[in-house]
Design a protein around this ligand. Sequence first.
Ligand code: ADP
Ligand code: MG
Length: 256
Amino acid sequence: MTGTPLVRIRGLKKSFGAHRVLDGIDLDVREGEVTVLLGPSGSGKSTLLRCVNHLERPDAGFVEIGGDIIGYRHDGGGKLHELHGKTVTRQRAQVGMVFQQFNLFPHLTVLENLIEAPVSVRGLAKADAVNRAVDLLARVGLAGREGSYPRHLSGGQQQRVAIARALAMEPRVLLFDEPTSALDPELVGEVLAVIRDLAHSGMTMIVVTHEIGFAREVADTAVFLDGGRIVESGAPAAVLDHPTHDRARAFLSAVL
Ligand code: ADP
Ligand code: MG
């Protein structure tokens, strides 16, 4: 592993009321690497991704992507200052996110879902956005489905459209929050196959998943979160097969 990390998280803390959900997270993700985030429900996985995608503002610490601090300015003395307008939009465009529930626009066709943000946020010419969308649909195995509405697609197909939609913004980092948890078991494989292809193509990704076999195969680093802290981190073989932390051991023996 060489070079500076593309994603650098330092001292990240976040509370909701009196409940500290992230309690000092330090994490690096290098360009082209896949980090899998594991942990019990409520351990802070989604909140961590939301801080990386600027959907949530941390109370302390920072998230940096390619040297840019995400969503706010950090004055070095621990103070955060909101950024506004173009800076936030530019930063957010560097991070793509895929959710458990797909979150496609139900009233738009597949093609319209794919070109909406590139045209309205990135200012891409419509013809260019359409060309890119057609290529991306082929890449996720959905060539020819441009005119379909989300309700006419299976959950696995909808999730593959959601991945294509995230890719259409050409993000530097892609975040997945339990991308297969809402799917019927027979549809999980086709979505994991797309994520696996992305990993092999060198996409930088942070993936929250309970698919341990997938994590073992695809992750460069596995991280186990408990109570808002990273309690295990390292090569997947070490973290998954020889966890040292009690909570990680119990969790992994339950899901394996
Ligand atoms: P995970 O994804 O690991 O299940 P989350 O990050 O979703 O964990 O949530 C961690 C904790 O933070 C949970 O107890 C959850 O109820 C709480 N939480 C998350 N978001 C909010 C919010 N917007 N307001 C209040 N509590 C929240
Ligand atoms: Mg979650």
